[in-house]
Design a protein around this ligand. Sequence first.
Ligand SMILES: *Cc1c(COP(=O)(O)O)cnc(C)c1O
Length: 463
Amino acid sequence: MTPKQQEQLRRLPSITSLLEDASVKGLLDAFPRSLVVDALNRAIEGARCRITENDTAPDAGAIIDGAKAILDKQSAPSIRRVINATGVVLHTGLGRSPLSEAAVRAVTECASGYCNLELELESGARGRRVDHVASLLAEITGAEAATVVNNNAAATLMILNTVASGRCVIVSRGQLVEIGGSYRLPDMMRASGAQLCEVGTTNRTRITDYAKAIDENTAALMRVHTSNYRVVGFTQAAGIEELIQLARQHELPVIDDLGSGALFDLSEYGLGEEPNVRASINAGADLVCFSGDKILGGPQAGIIVGRKHWIERIERNPLMRTYRTGKMTLAALGATLQAYRDPDHAIANVASLAMMSASPESVKTKAETLHRLLVEKLPNEDFQVAKATSAVGGGSYPGRELATYCVTWQPKNTGLDEALKQLRTGTPPVVARAQRERILFDVRTIDEHDHEPLLDRITQCCT
Ligand SMILES: *Cc1c(COP(=O)(O)O)cnc(C)c1O
């Protein structure tokens, strides 16, 4: 070490003197003392390294700034709000469905204090948590009874374990789905203790295939909605009515895993292809399950509706305790379901339904507004409005694209990957995609309240 470096090291401020500094007082107001001391120690350590590496000695101000940066980084929440400019309404990586305002209010109210989660207020007796949503679910779907678990994977597992442990469930080979992440129906079936009995072929399964497979070990027939793919061309699948008719002859239950599951007929809103829960119940399915955070637009949850005696058996299953939902989920789900008592109210107020059903014209108007704001703010940058398509996402509407409008941007001074990274890593993070040398901001999923922060973030990328 050179004498100059030794001199610089001796001159570094002490913790005690830094703690007296006026700007550190501000940090002490914002963070516990122990954390401030720790951050200052790390900043001084960093200064020591710089002195020995390249002879530059930071002053007290620079050390304090370093400590502040360390504290800010440590205290920033890891999971936070992002601006979704992908146009994918149910983006699993971005938390699937945003909650409606009513659902957010309900969560805040129940979570910030105590709530009657398992208390019947009238009688003072112990209540059941799912009762807060069960009758609403029965009303909306036309089912005899309903219950709720943490997600649809858990719903499937609970149904299979209760109905078919140690016995066979017949499923078409065309419906052995894998959903992103680690959900594969055959694996789930094995984990539940049920045996999978595959019938038919990938593209064609007839009702006679099911009929031939039924024997004394059969516990149920199951239909699984092919949520994230479509089999097209020379295809055939048994309808739910046929399955139910066959099952009745053998006194077997029919399980219908809808995956997404629309709660009313969405065809009027241009979103008719997803199977409808009520239709399945009306046809006579014994147990129907679907996600709370796919088309329904609520919190992550798995919803099971169907025959009362089956729902009761599922609720008596000891495994049920491992999948039970928390108060925040039930509060959000209850508030979301309230909107479904009237379809027009649901379309307007359930955030994901509103985004999915937004007409191309209204999306275009939104894109033009954002475009105007950007051109005013950054006149030297190249922005355009362009027609594009986006997916609904989240295992819904496979192969279906929504006509949408984007504001596209070709950054003057930054490469596309670099700009996308800068957009992702600032506050709030912006998630967008690039296509043909331009960045696309799909306004379908951008709330108008986010225009200002988005403008700021794009401006940051240009400077
Ligand atoms: C999405 C989906 C699941 C899993 O649901 P999660 O709520 O994500 O656990 C299961 N089955 C089908 C058919 C699905 O589409």
